[in-house]
Design a protein around this ligand. Structure first.
Ligand code: ADP
Ligand code: MG
Length: 393
């Protein structure tokens, strides 16, 4: 990795500002899913064992620059304390004299958690003075929050102007795994894209066309491609204003030598409700008030064939409306095929990862990215602000 990581610097006796992604789901004042907290434990333990003291900082939810009692970090501090087996002190401020005093008093091996960064609107505004205050009490900045690395906020980018900045272990893992696919594609390589909209993923689609041997498309975005071919699709969701983009992407695929594979059959329903009436249709036969909500069994077979022959798989976005069973079936079956295959697989996207979690398949994926937007932008080839500011080796 071209960027410095905590393993490359001496942290003994140093006070470290550690930016983490503790944006966890809460349920009646308790952490409902602590996966994001557990993901940072290796970095925390590594820093503590090597004699640093830690000031942790994260955002939680969308308080939009105001203190929102339900989004205070207390439940997170409590859960982290349980996982570490020692209490984690939470401060009620993000910056200011109380924070300075508390950090001053810390001894090697101590750990505290700041209040929700986004209670202060200067965080998302990447305010220079706010960043300076965040950095003031510490010696080093460590960014382990890959999921927000595509945002230039005070705690992800701004602070690096004032203290040396390096990557945490989770950030390092993300950078290595995601660039591995871009830099050392193993062939045949299959890219899979799903989710609702083409518009969210145009650039990553173009990048995958350059990279992969085939690009399999499912989800709502497949409808837009089918519509661009002139198929009417009943009441299916698609993006009218992206038909031209979809056509030009199909043309690009012919030139790039990457096969673009669209669904040959779709699961359609009239009502998007659990276990509502549904049937399988070929795209050109969908009419009336039917809408396509999942890929059909023939498409699953085709996708599975490509997957079973692949040496590398990258996948973003679910292939159907997985939140409403049985329309999770396409995503489930394709994920199962990927889990069986020998290929190295990298998966990203909030909704797809949630789908794989609910299917219990996360253990069988090579790497699961913790980023949504950040993963997409990384794959697009953009330089993410939160990574750019880290020191080069
Ligand atoms: P990710 O978070 O994995 O990148 P997206 O946010 O792009 O995925 O898309 C996820 C959403 O796409 C889900 O809410 C899902 O219901 C929706 N979706 C998938 N297939 C369809 C479809 N055929 N019609 C409408 N919405 C769909
Ligand atoms: Mg999403």
């Amino acid at each position: 990795m071209p960027k410095k990581c905590i393993e490359d610097v001496d942290v003994k006796g140093k006070k470290v500002l550690l930016r983490v992604d503790f944006n966890v789901p809460l349920d009646e004042g308790r952490v409902r899913d602590d996966a994001r907290i557990r993901a940072v434990l290796p970095t925390i333990t590594c820093l503590l064992e090597r004699g640093a003291s830690l000031v942790l900082a994260s955002h939680l939810g969308r308080p939009r620059g105001k203190a929102v009692p339900e989004l205070m970090m207390d439940p997170v501090a409590e859960r982290l304390g349980e996982l570490l087996g020692k209490p984690v002190k939470k401060l009620d401020q993000v910056v200011g004299p109380e924070v300075a005093k508390a950090v001053e008093k810390m001894k090697d091996g101590d750990i505290l958690l700041l209040e929700n960064l986004r209670f202060d609107k200067r965080e998302e505004g990447n305010d220079r003075e706010f960043a300076r205050q965040l950095a003031a009490p510490v010696d080093i900045f460590v960014n382990d929050a890959f999921g927000t690395a595509h945002r230039a906020h005070a705690s992800t980018a701004g602070v690096a102007e004032f203290v040396p900045a390096v990557a945490g272990l989770l950030m390092k893992k993300e950078i290595e795994a995601l660039s591995h696919c871009l830099e050392n594609p193993r062939r045949p390589m299959t890219a899979i894209l799903g989710g609702a909209k083409v518009s969210d993923k145009i650039n990553v689609m173009r990048r995958f066309l350059q990279l992969a041997d085939q690009l399999l498309i499912g989800g709502g975005m497949a409808n837009t491609f089918l519509a661009a071919r002139g198929v009417s699709l009943g009441e299916s969701f698609y993006e009218q204003d992206l038909l031209e983009t979809a056509s030009s992407i199909m043309n690009e695929s012919e030139q790039s030598g990457c096969r673009l594979v669209l669904p040959v059959d779709l699961v359609v329903t009239r009502k998007l409700e659990p276990d509502s009436d549904s049937k399988v249709m070929e795209p050109q036969d969908i009419d009336g008030d039917w809408k396509a909500v999942d890929i059909g069994p023939e498409t699953v077979k085709t996708f599975s064939r490509y997957i079973s022959r692949s040496a590398m798989i990258v996948w973003n976005g679910p292939l159907g409306v997985f939140e409403v069973p049985p329309f999770d079936q396409g995503t489930r079956l394709v994920a199962g095929e990927m889990a069986k295959s020998e290929a190295y697989s990298v998966v990203g996207g909030g909704d797809l990862v949630a789908a794989l979690e609910s299917l219990g398949l996360t253990g069988q994926v090579g790497f699961i990215s913790t980023g949504g937007g950040a993963t997409l932008e990384f794959w697009e080839g953009k330089e993410l602000p939160g990574i750019k500011v880290l020191q080069d080796k």
